[in-house]
Design a protein around this ligand. Structure first.
Ligand SMILES: [Zn+2]
Ligand SMILES: [Zn+2]
Length: 902
């Protein structure tokens, strides 16, 4: 009798004797199943379960299932190679990330044609659908077999297995390989694979040993997955940061300083932009910055435990025969020294100590890869010294900060790997319980999705690893937060608690970017070098067509440099087409091209990276639009504070979620913007207001509108209503609106207003005198003009406002709502001229006041850019106010009448 517990379904079944996966799984489940996990060990579906067991089905959809398929593919490849090239000896064939390889001993150098032939053969083997048959052999049996067929590498492997131990081989068709397994039921399960490349490899990785031929292949669950992977590889190759860095002249690495970066001018600008960006974030989040030594005596590393655990990765320096120093591989012990330099009280905690810490680790030279893996690097490191009960809140704060930084740097997809207690650990279980709970709650609270990594925590505490997804879907683990109960104790850090006793603080090791080197590598690949303007090392290049424009170019460049623009001029005698190509390949986001014409007309021809279009702008206009790359404090659509981001990114973000970007606090620095559905918000506000009105029985302000040409009869009606409302204690706002030609003779209207004041004088007084409604600008279409005429005829206080219709325009996500204010202009161009004039002498926020959404200068400019391009944008924009519509301009005078106090 065998008892099988199905761990996923929590179900127990009993069987009469030994069973296999094929016996116990339903046909449906078998289709998806690749193997079983039996008491923690992987089993083939055909392998007999000999005793009571807890089992879990490994499905193709699981990572482990896919890994088995890849190993199947490696065996199939070995079989194919043996069939095509019988003189080849097989060695080992493991799986690696996304792929598999097999090392072959042969005199032949495999060619791409060979790969094609091998692939073809593999397809035949897959089609034959051979069963993978597991056999248990004695060691002797195996040695006899493999030496019999001349596979001396296999014999070599078997010889290293202790005597007396049985081993397993897998047979598929005529091919037999020494293998631990497991395998899927048959070769037909390998549905989608491709051979990638051939490389040399040493037997057992030993450079003195024989050289083998390694064939790499990749295998996936289906053709779609395979194609997506190949597509991604192709894209990744194009984006290789080493290649792009060469084009952009960012850095180099050379033999004399293996694994360390020579930052060139452009690269170091990028580095510094990123560093100041992070520094600003740290300051805003309550960190302070320190700098600690690079060369530190062995004794400290012994105390911290690194000498024991990490020594082989440390570069050691002999100061004298007896005294050894080490180049720091991490900053933590040094930070504890600063913590220990004062007596700390619980009131001082948390202490957030940050360092752009330059560290060195002796990574094996084979593992080094461009900026992605280096020996010398700078971490955006910080340690938070806190009390245990602060771990949760500090972690939440950190998660928020990390999210903000990632999203501002262009990464919006993040997940967290949460690693809990390992088997070997320091500290008691209650402390671990609390720390794990604090971390997990923080991750949930920060709204991050997470995967559990059971048992993968450090021995000194649980940890979070933050993984971001780049533009082509690759995952990069960058940020980290580790709870540490041990180091402060080891290095004697303490604070005086509220109880007057000494306590060890908890230390949170945390980094957002990880290292500047690797993160810049990721940034380069994510953007394929085409950085957003705020990050680009050179933001603008001014290219001259002729040297007659040299002075002009230099002059512009000097002005812009003063404004902080990272600008370059190219005054060489090269052809302009060459210059454009050069600076485009340097990925400069904006090019200004100047020749004789531009000098005379004081203009520049603007060309943006990736566009063939070239547009001429006046110098002022071009400068303005360049400098307007401003920042806003962004609140996202779920109400969460994203942080300070360049406007451009905020707009992109809004666009990506299909909503509008609206300034909600325009006067703060930087202005606060929220992502929301503006039309819905308007509706909500209206609804709320009307609900509030309903509840509030006594209305305080009623509006009465008059036109200057109002007839006597209508006037009498308005007057009656006004008196009536005043008698009931309401305040009345009386608005006189002049529109179009009425503006020529405003006295008529003002007389009407005066008359109204006179004729209510016995019961009302004017509060605050005459008021010109804050001049404002807007667009009103011809339909609303009609409605305006109708609406302006009667008293409509308390009724739904019909007369005027605000139009708001979306320009890449931003909203503008405004009224038209003007003197005698009736056409759009005249109005725009006037506005531009006004803009020069007036603070534009004033011009645009009286709105919930108060566009600041930059939004206004966007608006006008949009207006002048409306034809181009029209398709995307349903509320296009200008195409077939008339604009009118008006002026408003209001007075407020209040009941006389009696
Ligand atoms: Zn194998
Ligand atoms: Zn640390």
């Amino acid at each position: 009798m065998i008892k099988v517990t199905f761990s996923t379904e929590q179900k127990v079944k009993e069987y009469g004797g030994k069973v296999t996966g094929f016996d116990i799984l339903q046909p449906d489940a078998l289709k998806e199943a690749v193997a079983l996990k039996v008491n923690g060990e992987l089993y083939d579906l055909s392998r007999k379960i000999e005793s009571d067991a807890e089992i879990k089905v490994i499905k193709l959809s699981d990572e482990a299932g896919l890994d088995i398929i890849r190993h199947d593919a490696a065996h199939i490849m070995a079989q194919a190679v043996k069939e095509l090239f019988p003189n080849t000896q097989i060695t080992i064939g493991p799986t690696i990330q996304d792929s598999f390889y097999y090392d072959f001993a042969t005199d032949r150098t495999f060619t791409t044609d060979d790969l094609t032939a091998i692939e073809k053969k593999m397809k035949e083997i897959v089609k034959s659908n051979h069963r993978f048959v597991r056999e248990v052999w004695t060691r002797k049996q195996a040695i006899d077999f493999f030496s019999g067929i001349g596979e001396k590498y296999k014999v070599d492997i078997i010889s290293s297995i202790p005597e007396g131990e049985n081993l397993t081989v897998y047979r598929q068709g005529d091919f037999v390989d020494l293998c631990r397994g497991p395998h899927s039921p048959s070769t037909g399960r390998v549905k989608a694979f491709k051979l990638m490349k051939v490389a040399g490899a040493y037997w057992r990785g030993d450079a003195k040993g024989p050289m083998l031929q390694r064939i790499y292949g990749t295998a996936w669950r289906n053709k779609d997955e395979l194609n997506a992977y190949l597509e991604c590889l192709k894209e990744a190759e194009k984006r290789d940061h080493r290649k792009i860095a060469k084009d952009m002249d960012l850095f180099h690495i050379q033999e004399e300083a293996v694994g360390q970066v020579f930052w060139h001018e452009q690269g170091y600008i990028l580095y510094n932009v990123l560093e100041s960006y992070i520094r600003k974030k740290l300051i805003n989040n309550g960190y302070f910055e320190v700098k600690t030594p690079i060369l530190v005596s062995k004794e400290l590393w012994e105390k911290s435990g690194h000498w024991d655990k990490f020594r082989e990765n440390m570069f050691i320096v002999d100061e004298s025969e007896s005294k050894k120093l080490a180049i720091k591989p991490m900053n933590c012990p040094c930070h504890v020294q600063i913590f220990n330099s004062h007596t700390r009280s619980y009131r001082d905690l948390p202490i957030r100590m940050a360092e752009f810490g330059t560290c060195h680790r002796n990574e094996s030279s084979g593992s080094l890869h461009g900026l992605m893996r280096v020996r010398g690097f700078t971490q955006d490191d910080a340690h938070i010294f806190c009390m245990e009960e602060q771990v949760n809140s500090e972690t939440i704060k950190f998660c928020d900060l990390l999210k903000e930084v990632y999203s501002e740097l262009g990464f919006n997809e993040i997940f967290v790997k949460f690693s809990d207690r390992p088997d070997i650990r320091a500290g008691n279980d209650e402390v671990w319980d609390r720390a794990e709970k604090a971390l997990l709650e923080a991750v949930k609270e920060a709204g991050l999705s997470y995967k559990l990594n059971p048992g993968e925590g450090a021995f000194y505490g649980p940890k979070l690893e933050f993984v971001l997804k780049d533009a082509i879907g690759r995952n990069w683990q960058c940020g980290t937060l580790q709870v540490d109960f041990i180091l402060p104790e080891r290095l004697g850090a303490f604070y005086i608690g509220a109880d007057g006793h000494k306590h060890h603080p908890v230390m949170l090791h945390r980094a957002i970017l990880g290292t500047f080197e690797r993160f810049i590598g990721i940034l380069i690949e994510n953007y394929a070098g085409k950085f957003p303007v705020w990050l680009a090392p050179t933001q603008l290049a001014i290219l001259t067509i002729t040297n007659e424009a040299d002075d002009y170019a230099t002059e512009i460049s000097n002005i812009l440099k003063e404004q902080g623009v990272r600008v370059k001029t190219d005054l060489t005698n090269e052809k302009i087409s060459y210059k454009i190509r050069l600076h485009s390949s340097n990925k400069v986001p904006i090019l200004w091209i100047v020749g004789k014409n531009e000098v005379t007309s004081k203009t520049v021809s603007v060309r943006n990276l990736g566009s063939e279009r070239q547009e001429s702008f006046s110098l002022e206009k071009a400068t303005e639009s360049l400098l307007k790359t401003k920042e806003v404090r962004l609140v996202d659509h779920s109400g969460e504070m994203v942080g300070i981001v360049p406007l451009e990114r905020a707009l992109e973000f809004a666009q990506s979620v299909g909503l509008d970007l609206v300034e909600i606090v325009p006067d703060s620095t930087p202005p606060v913007c929220k992502i929301l559905d503006y039309s819905k918000q308007k509706y909500d506000i209206k609804k709320k207001a009307s609900e509030a009105k309903k509840k509030q029985k006594t209305l305080t302000i009623k509006e009465i509108k008059l036109g200057p040409n109002i007839g006597d009869h209508d006037y009498e009606t308005k007057l009656r209503q006004a008196r009536d409302l005043l008698a009931h204690g309401h305040k009345i706002k009386v608005t006189m609106r002049f529109k179009g030609r009425e503006l020529i003779n405003t006295e008529v209207g003002l007389e009407k207003l005066e008359r109204l004041i006179r004729e209510t004088e016995d019961i009302a007084k004017v509060r605050d005198g005459w008021k010109r409604a804050t001049p404002s600008v807007g667009i009103i279409d011809s339909q609303s003009v009609k409605r305006l005429k109708r609406g302006s005829r009667g008293y409509d206080a308390g009724k739904k406002k019909k007369g005027r219709k605000h139009h708001y325009c979306r320009y890449i996500g931003s909203c503008i709502e405004a009224d038209v204010h003007s003197a005698n202009v009736q056409d759009r161009d005249g109005a725009l001229d006037l506005l531009f004039k006004r803009k020069e002498n007036t603070n534009i926020t004033e011009v645009f006041a009286d709105q919930r959404v108060i566009p600041k200068r930059w939004i206004v400019e966007e608006f006008f850019a949009w207006l002048s391009n409306f034809r181009r944008m029209d398709k995307d924009y349903e509320h296009s106010p200008l195409t077939s519509k008339t604009n009118i301009f008006f002026d408003m005078i209001t007075i407020m009448l209040t009941k006389l106090a009696t």
